[in-house]
Design a protein around this ligand. Sequence first.
Ligand SMILES: NC(=O)c1ccc[n+]([C@@H]2O[C@H](COP(=O)([O-])OP(=O)(O)OC[C@H]3O[C@@H](n4cnc5c(N)ncnc54)[C@H](O)[C@@H]3O)[C@@H](O)[C@H]2O)c1
Length: 297
Amino acid sequence: MRKIGIIGVGHVGATIAYTLVVQGLADQLVLIDESDKKVIGEQYDLLDTMAGLDTVTTIKVQDYAALNDADVLITAFGSNRDESQSNEQIVTQIAAKIESADFTGVLINISDPCDLFTALLQAKTELPVKHVIGTGTLVDTVMMRRAIGLKLDLAPQNIGGYVYGSHGGSTFTAWSTVTVNGRPINEIQGSYGLNFESLMTASNYGGWLALAGKGFTNYAITTCVIKLVRAILSNAHLAVPVSTYSPEFETYIGRPAVVGANGVESLIMASLSELEQGQLKAAASVSKQKIDGLHRN
Ligand SMILES: NC(=O)c1ccc[n+]([C@@H]2O[C@H](COP(=O)([O-])OP(=O)(O)OC[C@H]3O[C@@H](n4cnc5c(N)ncnc54)[C@H](O)[C@@H]3O)[C@@H](O)[C@H]2O)c1
């Protein structure tokens, strides 16, 4: 039985729930939201969707206890708009409920600020660090692939490599890891007149166009989360950038890792250039300061 929980069924959480149902990836779903009305609306829309499918997913709502034997828990709750509570208080309350449910699976956090909330969820739930993953720079990595693919008129899937750093904060493309149709991009940069800075700008600008145009983003992040869910459920040992705990920096930061049934199995130690090593260290230092600040509160 593949059981998946989602906390927060807004634009992102609901799109993930829909994708899990239509792709037949979950036998049981547990949907939780601050709003009863919203979660019941999503439950019945999904039940109606299922009536036209060939697969069945049972859907429970507002039941933290049902997370007890879930394989994967996805957190996609939103920030507090009325500021009656700090976001840290919300994360702490949600973490306490996850802990009371005795959830032992793999937690994938999407909620921003991603590295911070992932670290806070890990600390407050006391789940093993390898079981608590943030989507981190996975979405930044697919945006980088889209930008290079569009520039070179190639399928974005033919672009390899990783964006590192803090999603929503300081991120950088590790160009030494980037390949185009299997060739290091550094080798073809001159012949194609590629400007790395312009590519990064195009990558981020596309993300901005999506967010500014719609007011939210949901599809790209959903495909990233589905990739992680598949890797966990099938124990794929997939190399993928995520927000994960880095012992060398003593903090959560976006970097490539191997993901399987037990979450992060190992970190991928790519041969970064000296500049890239410095960029990663700087991003990790900022992330650590912010996370340490949260723990002191
Ligand atoms: N990492 C990424 O690439 C990426 C991409 C898109 C969105 N996000 C983040 O994902 C989060 C969700 O985005 P969204 O667009 O779906 O937001 P949204 O506002 O549409 O949905 C948030 C949902 O969380 C629910 N919620 C709020 N507090 C809750 C609580 N205490 N318990 C349970 N549910 C609660 C709300 O009722 C709402 O349904 C945000 O933090 C956003 O920044 C990250």
